[in-house]
Every structure is written in structure tokens, then in C-alpha cells.
Design a protein around this ligand. Structure first.
Ligand code: FES
Ligand code: FES
Length: 127
């Protein structure tokens, strides 16, 4: 299957790969797996005191589309509030990357990972 140019760009030059220091209370971590293929995505957000996502990082063990989806969503969430980040739909990722139907679940993984990261942050802060 041919990957779109945007997938290839994010796959070859992934943005925001890595992770934040353990124990950082301003970080929320989401770890999700795709039952369809076994790929795993870890996504972290670093939240400022006024509730804005100031940085994001990811590690993805998976296909090119999953790596591109996580790279893209880490770019998109920066500067957003938690609620704005929760509003990002996988369909927007799939559209931006021109994912074919069999790769839609890769973008769902990214949406689920952000949701899990926000939930983790909120749990840490008793929100
Ligand atoms: Fe092979 Fe996702 S199915 S990496
Ligand atoms: Fe399963 Fe991409 S995440 S094939």
C-alpha cells in the first residue's frame, strides 16, 4: 500500500519523539494498544499551571500510519486546553494524512492516546 506524502514526512521526520522525566506532576501519560494489529502508542502531554498543553511527546511501536498519527497529534495539541485536545477527532487526523480505510484504526489510536493522557493528568490533579 502506498503511503501519502504527509504520512511519509511524519514517518521519516517524526515530531516530538521521546518521553518526559518520570514523576513530573505536570505530565499526563496515555498508553494504548490497537487490538487489530498489536501496535502500541505512548503519548504524553505536559500541562502548564493555567491548563494549557505546552509540550507533548510520543513513542509508538507500530506502523507508519500510527507513527505519523502520533507525530501529527503531538503537534496539534500544543497550545490547546485539555478540553480542546479532547475535541480532536481521529477523522481529522485520517483526513490530514489521507489514510486509507484499513489504516483508520491507526488514527483512532492517536485519539485514544490523547484521551488517556488527559484522563491521567486529571486523575493526578484530582480534577
Ligand atoms: Fe504491522 Fe501495524 S499492523 S505495524
Ligand atoms: Fe495498526 Fe497502524 S496501528 S496498522
Amino acid at each position: 500500500m502506498a503511503y501519502s506524502d504527509k504520512v511519509i514526512d511524519h514517518y521519516e521526520n517524526p515530531r516530538n519523539v521521546g518521553s518526559f522525566e518520570k514523576g513530573d506532576q505536570s505530565v499526563g501519560t496515555g498508553m494504548v494498544g490497537a487490538p487489530a494489529c498489536g501496535d502500541v502508542m505512548k503519548l504524553q502531554i505536559k500541562v502548564s499551571d493555567n491548563g494549557i498543553i505546552e509540550d507533548a511527546k510520543f513513542k509508538t511501536y507500530g506502523c507508519g500510519s500510527a507513527i505519523a498519527s502520533s507525530s501529527l497529534i503531538t503537534e496539534w495539541v500544543k497550545g490547546k486546553s485539555l478540553d480542546e485536545a479532547l475535541a480532536i477527532k481521529n477523522s481529522a487526523i485520517a483526513e490530514e494524512l489521507a489514510l486509507p480505510p484499513v489504516k483508520i484504526h491507526c488514527s483512532i489510536l492517536a485519539e485514544d492516546a490523547i484521551k488517556a493522557a488527559v484522563a491521567d493528568y486529571r486523575k493526578k490533579h484530582n480534577e
